[in-house]
Write a protein that binds this ligand. Sequence first.
Ligand SMILES: C[S@@+](CC[C@H](N)C(=O)[O-])C[C@H]1O[C@@H](n2cnc3c(N)ncnc32)[C@H](O)[C@@H]1O
Length: 208
Amino acid sequence: MDTTRILTPDNSDFWENLYRSGQTPWDLGRAAPPLETFLSSPYTVAPGKVAVLGCGKGHECALFADHGFEVTGVDFAPSAIQATLEKFHERGISGSKGYLLERDFFQMHEYDHYYDYVLEHCCFAAIHPSRRRTYFYTVKDLLKPGGKLIALWWLLDKPWGGPPFGLDKNELYSLFDNMFSIDISFTPTNSVRERAGAELLTVLTVRD
Ligand SMILES: C[S@@+](CC[C@H](N)C(=O)[O-])C[C@H]1O[C@@H](n2cnc3c(N)ncnc32)[C@H](O)[C@@H]1O
C-alpha cells in the first residue's frame, strides 16, 4: 500500500484502509434481502454471466452463484477480493463458476460485451458523483447486446459529502436515460431497517 497518496474514494487504498481497520458500515454480513427475494421471484432473470462491480466481501457474488449464475466479482481492494475468494472456495466454484478481478472496474475494457448482467449493490453510492455518467457508459460497454443491469440503488437523501454520496430517483433516471430501458422498477418492502423505503430495485436493459 502506498502511504504517500492522498486517499479519495477513487483509489483502492482508501477502501483497503477501511477494510483493514474494520470500518465497513455498508457491509450487511449477508446478501441484501431484496436481491434474495428478487432471485426467488417469478420476475427473476435466467442465469448467465454476471459481473458484480465493487463486490466488497462477496455476499451478492455468493447469492448469484447459489442461483446458478457464473459470477465475476470485481473490486480494487485486496481484502474485498480475499473475502470473496473464501466464499467461492467454500462453494467449490473458484475458477469454474466464480471469478475475481482485483482492479478498477472503470478500466476493464477487454471484457466489453462479455456479460449478460451487471449487478449493482451499494457501489454506485461509493463513487464520486462526477463519475456517475461514466459508470453507466462502463456498464453499457460490459454488457452484451440485450444485457441487463440489475441494481439495488440506495436513494440516500444527502446533499453533499460522501461516501456514501446522496442520490435521488429523478437524477438516477436522467443518468441512464437513452442508454437503458426499464424492465422493472420498484421500492422493495424487505430492505434492512436503516435503508427501509430508501432503496429502489431496477432491472434495466441496455439499448442498441
Ligand atoms: C461501499 S462498498 C460496497 C461493497 C459491496 N457492494 C457491498 O454491498 O457490501 C464499495 C466497494 O466498491 C469498491 N470500489 C469502489 N470504486 C471501485 C472501482 N473504481 N473499481 C473497483 N472497485 C471499486 C470498494 O473497494 C468497495 O469494496
